[in-house]
Design a protein. Structure first.
Length: 392
């Protein structure tokens, strides 16, 4: 499928621009016409993190005239392994500002528009409106459904990417010409079932592999050449080193872009995707202790078993003294229960409190009524009790 260019060409390129983009200009498919279209293009990148970093740098280098950056976060040292738009001196600076500075260095001809806020249902239409196309570099389901729904309702193409450990996926969702994200994934996974990169990790260079595919697709759509990834899902396995693409059909029953849409306006995406299941929230209510309270229990010599429900690799990075490791999965499949004493209170913790709440719900269901979990997890322990330990 080939599609007409999204953007009209700019009137002209300056002498400096011709010199800068000469390696594009001599590709027949791009040429003067394509480069002028890129110059006139306005692209918004949501998230200046793992995918957003290479996406922003390559979009800027390619000569996309206006780049919007939306991110609410600041640069953390643990970002630098993959978020190559930021450097050591950017730690603690707002990501959007740090990304803008790098783009200025890469290509001063690009106009950068900063949105230092969290994209949500209240601001998404206002923020998306001026842009021709949206590139999604975020890491959470609530934002992906929000971006998809807003893009469908505004009729804009949505260039999507996703990464985890060694696996990546990318596609272009554009309901006028093919499926939307909801046609592929009608429902978010149950809370806690799909680990994030923060929980499971990600190979840094995978961000470049998938982020650059997103840029490739954005450029093709803006300038109107090649076969866009509309109606196809690209699947990349960095361990096997295989790329394949599978067809994704538009779902006629899609509640958003199907024949009889039931979703005609934005919804509450946090509630739709639920970061922690309702059962876990209920289990945690009244059964949550703070890291400082955990320390007090230890100092008082209370007899309890502290169970870390993270994965082995995380346990090796940092652990709370005296804890034993039983990963969350063993609570969900029931294997953990036989390993636990019946005559002691069980105290669960994870990295920041989400997984331990899920494990706590399973534990309570199995009859361990006085079990509790530690709100804030091992990160809370480091901040409140022992700042000499590393965080990740
Ligand atoms: N709704 C949103 N609005 C604006 N920015 C968002 C939104 N959701 C996520 N982001 C940003 O998208 C980026 C996602 O990047 P990535 O997952 O690589 O980084 P991270 O969240 O910094 O990493 P980690 O979770 O491993 O610490 C982050 O910079 C995050 O702040």
């Amino acid at each position: 499928m080939s599609l007409p260019p999204l953007v009209e060409p700019a009137d002209e390129l300056t002498v400096d621009e011709v010199r800068r983009y000469s390696r594009h200009l001599i590709i027949p498919d791009v040429g003067m016409d394509g480069q002028k279209r890129l110059k006139n293009a306005k692209v918004l990148v949501v998230g200046a993190g793992g995918l957003g970093s290479p996406a922003l740098l390559y979009l800027a280098a390619a000569g996309v005239g206006t780049l919007g950056i939306i991110d609410f976060d600041v640069v953390d040292e643990s970002n630098l392994q993959r978020q190559i738009i930021h450097g050591q001196s950017d730690v603690d600076r707002p990501k959007a500002v740090s990304a803008r500075d790098s783009i200025r260095e890469t290509n001063p001809f690009v106009e950068v528009v900063l949105h230092e806020e969290r994209l949500d249902s209240d601001n998404v239409f206002r923020i998306f409106e001026p842009y021709d196309l949206i590139v999604d570099g975020t890491d959470n389901f609530a934002t992906r459904y929000l971006v998809n729904d807003a893009a469908v309702l505004l009729g804009k193409p949505y260039v999507w990417g996703s990464i985890y450990r060694f696996d990546g996926q990318a596609s272009v969702f554009w309901s006028e010409h093919g499926p939307c994200y909801r046609c592929l994934y009608p429902e978010p996974p149950p809370p806690g079932m799909v680990p994030s990169c923060a929980e499971g990790g990600v190979l840094g260079v995978l961000c470049a592999s998938i982020g650059s595919i997103q840029v490739n697709e954005a450029i093709k759509l803006l300038a109107g050449f090649g076969d866009p990834l509309v109606g196809r899902l690209m699947i990349y396995d960095a361990l096997e080193m295989s790329y394949r693409s599978v067809k994704v059909r538009k779902d006629p029953e899609c509640p958003l872009c199907g024949k009889n849409p039931t979703i005609t306006e934005l919804i509450d995406y946090e509630a739709f995707c639920g970061t922690v299941s309702e059962e876990a929230q209920e289990a945690a209510a009244g059964s949550t202790i703070t890291p400082a309270e955990l320390k007090q229990k230890m100092d008082d010599g209370e007899d309890f078993l502290l169970v870390d429900v993270r994965e082995k690799n995380e346990f090796e990075i940092v652990r709370i003294p005296g804890s034993v490791l039983i990963p969350k999965g063993e609570f969900l499949n029931g294997e953990a229960f036989a390993k636990l004493p019946q005559d002691k209170q069980i105290v669960l913790h994870c990295k920041s409190g989400g997984r331990s709440a899920e494990a706590l719900a399973a534990l309570k269901r199995a009859g361990f009524g006085d079990a509790v979990h530690v709100g804030g997890g091992v990160l809370g322990w480091v901040h409140q009790v022992d700042p000499s330990l590393p965080t990740y």
